[in-house]
Design a protein around this ligand. Structure first.
Ligand code: IVH
Length: 686
């Protein structure tokens, strides 16, 4: 029988205060001293009583109440709050040489003054800023764009190791800020993905769409901190390591003193940090953690090296984006060894055959890897692969890992050498190699199923005819029925046929046909791109449409006339001439014209949205949470910016997504090109 609730607020207030003090005390003993003074049951009883009182007297709920640990606050939209001190990023180094250069810069700038470094492990999570006012956790923000972040206070209060209330700092500052890295442990991450597996088994049985897995702990942490319901966040047992203390007139002369004070106050300071008297000690620290870091319960991606003395930090100052007194050392892409089980071959739209390695599942940088790209036959030869080999796999910043070598010491005698296939795995046609190209091709363009399906998929794609009522599964199904052999067949699909297939209802059939019908309004430049002529990408198609204005003119053009068009080179010109010379393609154009597709007119222009990015050039790399890559390119152009393919000194920004190409990153860092996160970009275009 629960105790009756008090009738007056003043009695309740007293009980709430007593309960809060008790729970705070037991929490602290548990999370900071690892001691359980009472049983879980007794603890839950106290917490439940507190929750009941706070529910009955909501006016008595205090921001530092231990009840906040279990969440329950629902935030519809996170407020954007400006950081009191901007949250900068760090410059990166990738080898010893670059570290020595960093040390040299410091030595020069500080004259002959002695200095020391502090090395910290760079945990791979989400940067957080926490403000304490009068000893109470008052505000918690994400980094955001560095200038302002999201107010996720309610979610951060669920972190058990983060004190909601602390005693005063020495010097008695009334307000101070603590910074650190919020994260999800690998154990929680694995548990969540396990739950998804179980849920998906149910869904498959019920014929529902499966949920996608969490990509890695870092993304999962960032997603979790931005959840609306803090009770869900609480159940995920998020955690954080603190590495910074900021405030006005704090009484510390060095970073190590500040870290000691943080620990004294009950914060979980980033573990493993060390004071290093010189750069050689820094290098030793880096070596020490290179392999040891794999045993930590969360992902790490490097070491942060900071000058210890605050006065020296001040003297060194900042560049526009990062401090001169600190730098990150990034470890090489993680690598692992596993067994090569077999090789599969994929045939693409253009007929190019790509070998893919099937591997015994192995953990790499937080995910399980089962396949690796092998690029082409040369790569197989270079690696001298044998089935059953023990291979090194690396996540080179790419999404799909690659095989970097073979552990020859583990090669068993008598195993088979991998021979590249000689015939197309799909249609059996002997493969060919074009002069000066490494890839093998299946020349059976018109009869090889993946090539036909690939062309149709390309044709309906978002940047082409944008027929989003069709997907690759449906294309495959219709292809198998024998209804689709060329893209013109799309316009001859019949409702009564589709309705005869299992799972196609009236509405979905209507949608498919309506989508196909609507595509007839797509401008000529898109039709041209959709045809899938080699080297005629989206931009080239626009240039050609603008210049020739209709398909008859284009079809008649010689290679010479084609190269007269802006930005059209010999290779493109030849490919266009060859495409139109093929009688089958001529017939296809005639059929598409008869169906009513747009065969004339210049390129459609994107709607201009602002000139915020005028004069800026962007290189995009990686995968993004909220945007398709093409949509990002459009946005850049709609705001007056320009997209380019590779990083040069003229590039304004490298827009970096998950799995950003390491060579791009390295080049950008070397050339001082600013690296922009997805969030920063969003903020930039407002
Ligand atoms: S210091 C201006 N210390 O790395 C100094 N950062 O690029 C800013 N990080 O956004 C940060 N561990 O999320 C610092 N011990 C550590 C760190 C650390 C991880 C992350 C942090 C920051 C990024 C810097």
């Amino acid at each position: 029988m629960p105790a009756p609730l008090p009738v007056s607020a003043s009695v309740a207030e007293k009980e709430i205060a007593e309960l809060s003090t008790k729970i705070h005390y037991y929490n602290q003993r548990y999370y900071q001293d690892s001691v359980s003074e009472i049983s879980d049951y007794e603890f839950d009883q106290l917490l439940e009583r507190l929750l009941a009182l706070e529910q009955a007297f909501p006016q008595l709920l205090r921001p530092d109440s231990p009840s906040q640990r279990v969440g329950g606050t629902v935030t519809k939209e996170f407020a954007q709050v400006k950081h009191r001190y901007p949250m900068l990023s760090l410059g990166n180094t990738y080898n010893e040489q670059e570290l020595l250069e960093f040390d040299e810069r410091i030595r020069k700038a500080l004259g002959e003054e002695p200095y020391e470094y502090v090395c910290e492990i760079k945990f791979d999570g989400v940067a957080l800023s926490l403000t304490y006012r009068d000893g109470v956790l008052a505000q918690g923000l994400t980094r955001g764009d560095g200038e302002q972040g999201d107010d996720i206070t309610a979610n951060l209060r669920t972190i058990r190791t983060l004190p909601l209330r602390v005693g005063g700092l020495p010097g008695g500052a009334r307000e101070f800020e603590v910074r650190g890295e919020g994260f999800m442990s690998r154990a929680v991450f694995d548990r969540l993905n396990q739950e998804i597996t179980e849920e998906n088994e149910r869904r498959t049985q019920e014929g529902k769409k499966p949920l996608t897995y969490l990509a890695n702990p870092r993304n999962a942490a960032s997603g979790t901190f931005k959840m609306q319901d803090s009770a869900v966040v609480a159940r995920r047992r998020m955690d954080c390591y603190l590495y910074d203390l900021l405030g006005d007139n704090l009484p510390f002369a060095t970073h190590t003193e500040a870290l000691a004070a943080l620990a004294q106050l009950g914060f979980q300071v980033s573990p493993g940090y060390e004071l290093c008297p010189d750069i050689q000690a820094v290098i030793a620290f880096i070596k020490k953690w290179e392999f040891k870091r794999d045993q930590l319960p969360l992902d790490t991606d490097g070491i942060v090296i900071k000058i210890n003395r605050y006065a020296q930090r001040e003297a060194l100052g900042f560049t526009s984006k990062s401090p001169r007194w600190a730098i990150a050392y990034k470890y090489k892409a993680e690598s692992a060894t596993t067994e090569l089980l077999s090789i599969s071959y994929q045939v693409g739209r253009t007929g190019a055959v790509t070998p893919v390695a099937n591997l015994a599942p192995v953990k790499l940088a937080g995910t399980t890897v089962k396949r690796a790209t092998l690029h082409n036959a040369n790569e197989i030869a270079r690696l001298d692969l044998h089935l059953g080999d023990t291979v090194f796999v690396e996540k080179g910043g790419e999404i799909i890992p690659k095989i970097t070598g073979v552990d020859l010491t583990k090669r068993k005698p008598g195993i088979t050498h991998v021979q590249f296939i000689t015939n197309c795995p799909e249609c059996g046609t002997p493969l060919q190699r074009r002069p000066e190209e490494v890839a093998f091709y299946c020349p059976n363009e018109k009869g090889c199923p993946p090539q036909i399906k690939g062309r149709i998929e390309h044709f309906i794609g978002r940047k082409a005819m944008d027929i989003d009522s069709l997907g690759s599964k449906t294309v495959e199904l219709f292809f198998d029925q024998g209804w689709l052999r060329t893209v013109a067949d799309l316009y001859r699909l019949r409702a009564e046929d589709i309705l005869g297939l299992e799972g196609f209802k009236d509405q979905s059939t209507q949608n498919i046909l309506a989508g196909i019908e609507a595509s007839k309004q797509q401008p000529f430049s898109r039709v041209l791109f959709a045809l899938g002529i080699r080297y005629v990408g989206e931009t080239v198609a626009e240039k050609l449409a603008d210049f020739f204005q209709d398909i008859d003119q284009l079809q008649r053009a010689t290679a010479e006339q084609l190269t007269a068009a802006p930005e059209i080179g010999g290779k493109i010109a030849e490919s266009v001439v060859a495409w139109f010379a093929d009688p089958d393609n001529q017939a296809l154009v005639a059929q598409l014209r008869a169906e009513g597709l747009q065969m004339a007119g210049g390129a459609a222009k994107l709607e201009a949205l602002s000139d915020k990015l005028a004069g800026k050039t962007f290189v995009i790399s990686g995968v993004f949470k909220n945007y398709e890559r093409e949509a990002l390119k459009d946005l850049i152009e709609q705001h007056g910016g320009k997209n380019v393919g590779s990083v040069s000194a003229k590039t304004s920004y490298l827009l970096a997504g998950e799995g950003l190409g390491p060579s791009k990153l390295e080049k950008a860092t070397k050339l001082g090109v600013q690296i922009l996160s997805e969030e920063e970009f969003t903020a930039m275009i407002g």
